[in-house]
Design a protein around this ligand. Structure first.
Ligand code: ARG
Length: 484
């Protein structure tokens, strides 16, 4: 940015030009990400002012021309300013002369910044949706390939029941599908226009709020002008959605770290790291960092909420410090999602080792109890039989002797030996659990088909929103072209 002695006098004149708190006041450090947004908001506002005969078309043309030039020169070339809104206005006035100052008719930086934030945040949310859908597709691919790959399933991190890699992968897909829904919901409440509210109290000019909303692709207008400039709940909602997503990712990452430790998954070298001293090490550092991103997300959400708490109506400068929390959360979580997807997509699942481990810790015990219950024994009694057998070796003979002791009859009086042996076998045990959403290959096939449909629906939902933003942008470009 150029040293702004002269430019500073354009918008601020001599007052408030500097002083020791100058850089403390400035948001320029974070405002680069609002550059495109501010140009669009300025253009839409100026087009609307001209259409409403609030400014004449010659002034509108000169301002829009200057904005093109400002865009071409880039953010770094902007004059100094307290924030990007002031800097761009100064740059326009430098090019156009005092008439350039008409661009700020019937608005304030308060509705301007709120519009810029919503404009930019909605793009971040759509990018996040695309990234999460890609991660879900990676999980679906793993599921497709490993529908029959039996592995141990855990509760309390203790061997519990055998399941499959596909069932595990789709469990995270399902959670990420809800995370996607929350991001899309946040998009819909973000995509509303505060423009035309001015400082908070409206304006005597005959502004057309619907028109600026339309030119910027906003779905609707935030009616109450005091609310419109004050509201940052869209950042809270979005950041909460990101925090939920980060929670899902942290579980996925933790599972992969544990599985890598047990030799159940082989991470690609691109998603692992080594030790500077221990030559044999292959560490799942990347996933540890994905796991840690939840800390960034919760910290950012907490920072955002704490900044917003108790603010009086209407605009307060605290709000300037609210949005960086939201950007940091979005950046961190989108990056972690992308990395997690890459780790999942490139990992190898050693089917034989997984299958060998699937029966560990008598993980088929529940299935044997289910079998006895299916043959008429009350489940609680069947539970006792199998618990007794577990202490005696957890095989057919152990079950037989446990049946004798608990029920007073051998197991062969209840079930065929073949059925008992099948219940003890991890692969057959998995195949038997074919309830909807369960791990049996047919059940997983149905879950997978629904998951793939869900991915497509969410990808389409994001595309439809992006298309409607692109269509609005095209109209804005055409309108601007008719003035310059
Ligand atoms: N940079 C400010 C922000 O991000 C813009 C609004 C300044 N408005 C004001 N009344 N001082 O919130």
């Amino acid at each position: 940015m150029s040293d702004g002695e002269d430019s500073e006098t354009v918008v601020r004149r001599e007052r408030f030009a500097g002083g020791p708190a100058r850089s403390f006041l400035s948001s320029m450090e974070f405002d680069d990400r609002l550059f495109e947004a501010d140009l669009a908001v300025d253009r839409a506002h100026v087009v609307m002012l001209a259409e409403q005969d609030i400014i004449d078309t010659a002034d509108a043309g000169a301002i829009l021309d200057a904005l093109d030039d400002v865009e071409h020169e880039g953010f770094e070339a902007l004059p100094d300013g307290e924030d990007i809104h002031e800097a761009i206005e100064t740059a326009v006035i430098e090019r156009v002369g005092p008439e350039g100052g008409r661009m700020h008719t019937a608005r304030s930086r308060n509705d301007e910044v709120a519009a810029c934030l919503r404009y930019q945040y909605r793009a971040a949310l759509l990018e996040a949706v695309d990234t999460v859908v890609a991660a879900r597709e990676a999980l679906c691919e793993v599921a497709e390939e490993h529908t029959e790959t039996v592995m141990p399933g855990y509760t309390h991190l203790q061997p519990a029941q055998p399941t499959t890699v596909a069932h595990w992968a789709l469990s995270y897909e399902a959670a990420l599908a809800r995370d996607t829904e929350r991001l899309l919901d946040a998009f819909d409440r973000t995509n509303r226009s505060p423009l035309g509210s001015a400082a908070f109290a409206g304006t005597p000019f005959d502004v057309d709020r619907e028109r600026t909303a339309e030119l910027l692709g906003f779905e609707s207008v935030l009616a109450n002008s005091m609310d419109a400039v004050s509201a940052r709940d869209f950042l809270v909602e979005g950041s909460a959605a990101f925090a939920g997503l980060a929670t899902t990712l942290s579980g996925l990452a933790e599972d992969l770290v544990v599985f890598a430790n047990k030799g159940f998954v082989e991470l690609d070298d691109d998603y692992a790291s080594t030790s500077s001293i221990m030559p044999q090490k292959k560490n799942p550092d990347t996933l540890e960092l994905v796991r840690s991103t939840a800390g960034d997300a919760y910290g950012g959400l907490q920072g955002l909420l704490t900044t917003l708490k108790g603010l009086p109506r209407a605009y307060n400068r605290d709000l300037q410090n609210a949005s960086p929390h939201a950007w940091r959360v979005a950046d961190a979580v989108v990056e972690a999602t992308d990395v997690a997807a890459g780790a999942v997509a490139t990992a190898e699942w050693p089917a034989e080792d997984l299958e060998a481990a699937a029966g560990e810790g008598f993980s088929t015990a529940t299935g044997v109890a289910d079998l006895l219950a299916m043959h008429g024994i009350p489940f609680r009694t069947a539970h006792e039989v199998v618990a007794t057998a577990a202490e005696r070796g957890a095989d057919y003979d152990a079950l037989d002797s446990a049946c004798e002791d608990v029920l007073g009859e051998g197991i062969d009086s209840l079930a065929e030996r073949e059925a008992v042996e099948a219940a003890l076998d991890p692969t057959a045990s998995v195949a038997s659990r074919d309830s909807a959403g369960g791990p049996a290959p047919e059940a997983v096939a149905e879950t997978l088909a629904a998951a793939l449909e869900g991915c497509e629906a969410h990808a389409d939902a994001a595309t439809a929103r992006a298309d409607s933003l692109a269509a609005a942008e095209e109209v804005l470009v055409e309108e601007v072209a008719s003035y310059v």
